[in-house]
Design a protein around this ligand. Structure first.
Ligand code: GDP
Length: 535
C-alpha cells in the first residue's frame, strides 16, 4: 500500500475557493414532472465532468442505466442514486440524483442529506403532487433551501398566481418569483426577469434538440412586440411587488422563502436562468455541523460521510459501494482515512466514480463533491470518515415506513443464514426490521418506505446470504412512534400492532388513518407521534 498523500499541496485558501465554487443539489419532483428532461437540459448548457452512477433511464433515452441487478435490467431503471457533475460559469455543479420512479425507497430520502439545496420541479398543470410533498417534508426538516421551477409552461396548465397560492398554502414557503411568464401556460413567449424588468424571449428550436434561443429586450421593445401578454405579465408582477413577494436571500437560505422560475425543460426554456440562479443564489458547500452542532470548516483536513451504500450490484464482483459526500478538505484517491465508528483506518485506493459497469477513477474531490468507494463493506449509511482531526457528522434519520411484510426462512435448515442476512440488511439500512416477542425471531417484520426495498432485500437474502425466504404482506400502511406505557393499551386495539425497531423506537402500526384517528379519539393523551423523519 502506498503512503497516504495527506500532505498534498492544497493550502486552505485553495480548498476554500474550490468549496465556494461548488453547488450540490437534488431535484425533488413527482414522476413525470420532467426531472430526466431537466437534467438533460441542464447538462446541455454545461460541460459534464463526470457521472457517478447514472440518472435513471427511460426507454432508450439514456444508455447509462447500470445493470448491477437483474431487476434493474428488467425494469430499465437504476436503483442507485448517485451524482452528475458539471461545470457552468466556472462553478462545479453536483446534481445528486433522487430516483424518480414511482417506487420510493429510503435511499430517495437519504440522498437529501448530501445536498446543500434542492430544486422543486412542478408540472404547471398538476401543481404540487404527492411525491414532491414527501420530499419537500424531508427538505423542510433539514432546512434545505429550495428553488422552485415550474415546468411544462409550453402547454396548457394552471394560472401562475394560482400555483403560487398553492405553494404558499401547502409548503408554508413564501414564493418569490425571479422570473414571471409572459403568456399563459400553453402560450409561452418568454419570461419577465423581475430584477431587471427585461423580457427574455424564447424561441423554439427543433423540439428540445438544442439550447433554446434567447433574446433580451427592454420593456418598451417587449410591449411593442408582444402587446397584451406583456401588459398582463407587468400587471401581475406589480401585484407580486405589492404582496412583498420579492427575493430575499436570507429568507431563501433559511428555507422560509422559495425563489420561483418558469420554464419548459423539453424546449430548454428557462433552463439557463435556473443554472444562473444556482450559481448566483444557491449556497456553496459550506461548513457542515457535526453531531454536536459544531461546524467543521471546509478547509480543515478531509472529512465526509456515507449517505448511501449499494451492495451486491455486480454479480461478478460482489463488492460494496459507499457514496461519500465530501464535507471538508481534499479527498485524494489512495489516502488513508479514519472510520469514525470503529476508529480503524480505511484505505481509499479504490475510490471511483461509477458509470454503470464502467468505473472511472476519481483522483481529487473537494467539499460538496460525491465520491464512490468500492470494497467498502465496513462502511454504513451515516458513517463519518476523516483525516487528522476527528469528526462525527449527525446520524442520517430513518423514515416513516408505509409497507410491511413478515419474512420467514423457506428452509429451516438455513435459519442461521437467514438470521445473518436479516441482521446485515438491517445494519446497512436496506430495510427497517421490526420485532416483537409475539412474532419471535423467526418471523420479523420488514418495513419499507417503498415496495422496491422488499425486492432488494429478498434478492440479497437469496443470492448473497443463501437464505431463500417468503414474504407475506401485512395489512398496515401507517406507523407512529409510541412510548412503553402505551404498549398494552395499543396491543388490545383491533387491527393495531406494536413492534420495536433496532434503534429502540417503538412503532405502532395501523391499517389506515381512520383507524389511527379512532384510537386517538378513544384514548386521550395517547402518544402517537408521526414519523415523517425520526432520528
Ligand atoms: P421524470 O419522470 O420526472 O424524469 O419525467 P421525464 O423527464 O421523463 O418527463 C416526463 C414526460 O414529460 C416526458 O414525456 C417528457 O417529454 C415530458 N416533459 C418534460 N418536460 C416537459 C416540458 O417542459 N414540456 C412538455 N410539454 N413536456 C415535458
Amino acid at each position: 500500500m502506498t503512503a497516504a498523500p495527506n500532505s498534498a499541496p492544497f493550502p486552505p485558501a485553495r480548498i476554500r475557493a474550490q468549496a465556494d465554487r461548488r453547488r450540490t443539489f437534488a431535484v425533488i419532483s413527482h414522476p413525470d414532472a420532467g426531472k430526466s428532461t431537466l437534467t438533460e437540459a441542464l447538462a446541455l448548457h454545461a460541460r459534464v465532468i463526470g457521472q457517478a452512477g447514472a440518472v435513471h433511464g427511460k426507454g432508450n433515452r439514456r444508455a447509462t442505466v447500470s445493470d448491477w441487478m437483474q431487476m434493474e435490467k428488467d425494469r430499465g431503471i437504476s436503483i442507485s442514486s448517485a451524482a452528475l457533475q458539471f461545470e457552468y460559469r466556472d462553478t462545479v455543479i453536483n446534481l445528486v440524483d433522487t430516483p424518480g420512479h414511482a417506487d420510493f425507497s429510503e435511499d430517495t430520502y437519504r440522498v437529501l442529506s448530501a445536498v446543500d439545496a434542492a430544486v422543486m420541479l412542478i408540472d404547471a398543470a398538476k401543481g404540487l403532487e404527492a411525491q414532491t410533498m414527501k420530499l419537500f417534508e424531508v427538505c423542510r426538516h433539514r432546512d434545505i433551501p429550495i428553488i422552485t421551477f415550474i415546468n411544462k409552461w409550453d402547454r396548457p396548465g394552471q394560472e401562475a398566481l394560482a400555483l403560487l397560492d398553492e405553494i404558499t398554502e401547502r409548503t408554508g414557503l413564501r414564493p418569490a418569483p425571479l422570473t414571471w411568464p409572459v403568456g399563459i401556460a400553453g402560450e409561452f413567449h418568454g419570461v419577465l426577469e423581475r430584477a431587471s424588468g427585461d423580457f427574455i424571449r424564447f424561441t423554439r428550436t427543433d423540439a428540445g434538440a438544442g439550447i433554446a434561443q434567447e433574446e433580451r429586450l427592454d420593456a418598451d421593445a417587449a410591449a411593442a412586440m408582444i402587446g397584451g401578454d406583456w401588459d398582463t405579465a407587468l400587471e401581475e408582477a406589480e401585484l407580486l411587488e405589492l404582496e412583498g413577494q420579492e427575493h430575499d436571500q436570507d429568507a431563501f437560505l433559511a428555507a422560509r422563502s422559495t425563489p420561483v422560475m418558469f420554464g419548459s425543460a423539453v424546449l430548454n426554456f428557462g433552463v439557463h436562468q435556473l443554472l444562473d440562479a444556482l450559481v448566483d443564489i444557491a449556497p456553496a458547500a459550506g461548513p457542515r455541523p457535526d453531531q454536536d452542532g459544531n461546524p467543521r470548516p471546509v478547509e480543515e483536513p478531509f472529512s465526509g460521510f456515507v449517505f448511501k451504500v449499494q451492495a451486491g450490484m455486480d454479480a461478478n464482483h460482489r463488492d460494496r459501494l459507499a457514496y461519500i459526500r465530501v464535507c471538508s478538505g481534499v479527498f485524494e484517491r489512495g489516502m488513508v482515512v479514519t472510520h469514525a465508528t470503529t476508529g480503524k483506518p480505511f484505505a481509499t485506493k479504490y475510490a471511483q466514480q461509477v458509470f454503470g459497469r464502467d468505473r472511472e477513477v476519481v483522483d481529487t474531490a473537494f467539499p460538496g463533491d460525491i465520491v464512490g468507494l468500492v470494497n467498502a463493506s465496513a462502511l454504513r449509511v451515516g458513517d463519518s470518515l476523516y483525516v487528522d482531526r476527528k469528526v462525527v457528522f449527525p446520524r442520517i434519520p430513518t423514515f416513516s415506513p408505509e409497507h410491511f411484510k413478515v419474512i420467514r426462512a423457506k428452509d429451516s435448515s438455513k435459519y442461521k443464514q437467514f438470521r445473518r442476512g436479516i441482521e446485515q440488511l438491517d445494519h446497512e439500512g436496506v430495510i427497517q426490521v421490526l420485532r416483537s416477542d409475539l412474532r419471535g425471531d423467526q418471523a420479523p417484520v420488514l418495513a419499507a418506505v417503498g415496495p422496491m426495498q422488499f425486492e432488494v432485500a429478498e434478492d440479497r437474502m437469496v443470492n448473497e446470504f443463501n437464505a431463500p425466504c417468503t414474504l407475506e404482506q401485512l395489512n398496515f400502511s401507517l406507523a407512529r412512534r409510541t412510548t412503553p406505557e402505551w404498549v398494552s393499551v395499543l396491543s388490545r386495539e383491533r387491527g393495531v400492532e406494536v413492534l420495536s425497531r433496532s434503534d429502540g423506537a417503538l412503532l405502532a402500526l395501523f391499517p389506515d388513518r381512520w383507524r389511527l384517528a379512532g384510537v386517538e379519539r378513544e384514548h386521550e393523551g395517547i402518544v402517537l407521534e408521526p414519523l415523517v423523519v425520526s432520528a
